[in-house]
Write a protein that binds this ligand. Structure first.
Ligand code: SAM
Ligand code: SF4
Length: 437
């Protein structure tokens, strides 16, 4: 039996929504009287906040659990959280006797209660997706990073044939507008200058007949907040009101993450993406009409079942057609329980490797071209953290580029900067006279 823990550590893997959940779990545990373990120090409780999106996620989580055993044979109390916990449920306890608690992404507000049960020797499992929102049970926000995440929508009803999200995160649920605005205010009060609205399908957010564009306008009214971003969007939910907001709301940053997955219509159909290459390109065109300097990023999957070399060539073409400022690309990973996992014509691993390499090389060229096109621009950089060299700080441009600046400014400072040099993954910026003085 484990004694009641006094200190904790949270390890979050995967998407930004997991990072957000990790922050909220941390606040919850702190309110329960636990203290975050200092860097390098042993923790009494470890929460593994897992991701299930790609292959071997469960195996990776179990080996992470195994590695928590200490040299003297003892171990911390262990909570398996996140999407692997949701997918594995009680099976996790059978597979690893070291796991004390299993808690899904919609149930983590119950962690304090589960902790008490585990301290009495029980091994609670909660993977319910309750109708009562966990958000109501969580403590109010207090401290925030200069750029803070705020989950506004969870789950997904799209059922792309390769994806586990609709099964691990459940159906699409939008948080009420007033709750989101209150949380945004609290984050700004706690130091945030930028808010990133999060959702698996963030642009499907709706509440009381209002959509994401209205929510962005509401949040833009908060004094002290300078920047708004949102991610991840589905192309089919990119409505006219949201596109118009890009041209009208000054605080909405000129950046849009709009995954396309493939440049081939037949693959998009097999993926059940509910958009075509043409409709995707036309959406991008409309966004650029609304805001000419918008930077576009995306996600790609190579090696979806049945993908021919010709389909793949179409994917390379769409990279050029869009001119992505940045993009993430993945090898298709068969997820148990998804329709694509049992499709014929699964692609050989070496073919996937080769396509991924070629796609990433093309994306890298585009990214460098985009970064170079911004050299010479006078812009603002929101400082987020220290760089590797003394006197160097790292922040973000409006186009989400990492910018290195020589400055003594603290995180949270907005600096007037000229972008002076471009690399493949970051920019260099020089303070403009006003700040340099
Ligand atoms: N809702 C978003 C959308 O519609 O694009 C994406 C959410 S998903 C968590 C993030 C990315 O993971 C996807 O855009 C996709 O590229 C990738 N992904 C999801 N399932 C995958 C799979 N089975 N194999 C490889 N990549 C996958
Ligand atoms: Fe997964 Fe995104 Fe498709 Fe939903 S829309 S099933 S989250 S890839």
């Amino acid at each position: 039996m484990q004694s009641t823990p006094k200190t904790f550590r949270i390890k979050s893997f995967g998407c930004q929504m997991n990072v957000y959940d990790g922050e909220r779990i941390s606040e919850l545990l702190s309110d329960t009287g636990l203290e975050a373990a200092a860097d390098g120090e042993d923790a009494d409780l470890v929460v593994l906040n897992t991701c299930h999106i790609r292959e071997k996620a469960a195996e990776k989580a179990y080996s992470d659990v195994g590695r928590l055993k200490r040299e003297d044979g003892s171990r911390p109390m262990i909570a398996l959280a996140g999407c692997v916990a949701q997918a594995e449920g009680a099976e996790a306890k059978r597979r690893s006797p070291m796991i004390d608690m299993v808690v899904g992404p919609q149930a983590y507000h119950r962690l304090p209660e589960m902790l008490a049960q585990a301290s009495r020797g029980a091994r609670p499992v909660d993977t319910d997706m309750p109708a009562i929102s966990k958000f109501e049970a969580l403590p109010k926000r207090r401290r925030a990073n200069p750029s803070a995440f705020l989950t506004v929508q969870e789950g997904c009803d799209k059922f792309c044939t390769y994806c586990v999200v609709p099964y691990t995160r459940g159906a699409e649920v939008s948080r009420p507008r007033a709750d989101i605005v209150a949380e945004a205010r609290a984050l700004v009060g706690g130091g945030a200058r930028e808010i990133v609205l999060l959702g698996q399908n963030v642009n499907a957010w709706k509440h009381d007949g209002r959509g994401l564009a209205d929510l962005i306008r509401d949040i833009a009214g908060i004094d002290g907040l300078e920047r708004i971003r949102y991610t991840t969007s589905h192309p089919a939910d990119m409505g006219d009101a949201l596109i118009a907001a890009h041209g009208e709301v000054e605080k909405l940053m000129p950046y849009l993450h709009l995954p396309v997955q493939s440049g081939s219509d037949s693959i998009l159909k097999a993926m059940n993406r509910s958009h075509s290459v043409e409709s995707y390109l036309s959406t991008i065109e409309k966004v650029r009409d609304a805001r000419a300097d918008v930077a576009i990023s995306g996600d790609f999957i190579v090696g979806f079942p049945g993908e021919s070399e010709e389909d793949f060539q179409a994917t390379l073409r769409i990279v050029d057609a869009v001119g992505y400022a940045c993009a993430y690309s993945f090898k298709y990973s068969a997820r148990p329980g998804t329709p694509a996992a049992v499709m014929e014509d699964q692609i050989a691993p070496e073919v996937m490797d080769d396509r991924l390499q070629r796609l990433q090389a093309r994306i890298a060229e585009r990214q460098l071209a985009f970064n170079r096109s911004t050299v010479g621009r006078d812009t603002q950089v929101l400082i987020e953290r220290s760089g590797r060299r003394p006197g160097q700080m790292i922040g973000r441009s409006p186009w989400l580029q990492s910018v290195h600046v020589e400055t003594g400014a603290e995180p949270g400072t907005m600096l007037d900067v000229t972008l002076t040099a471009a690399g493949p993954n970051s920019m260099t910026g020089a303070l403009r006279q006003k700040d340099a003085a």
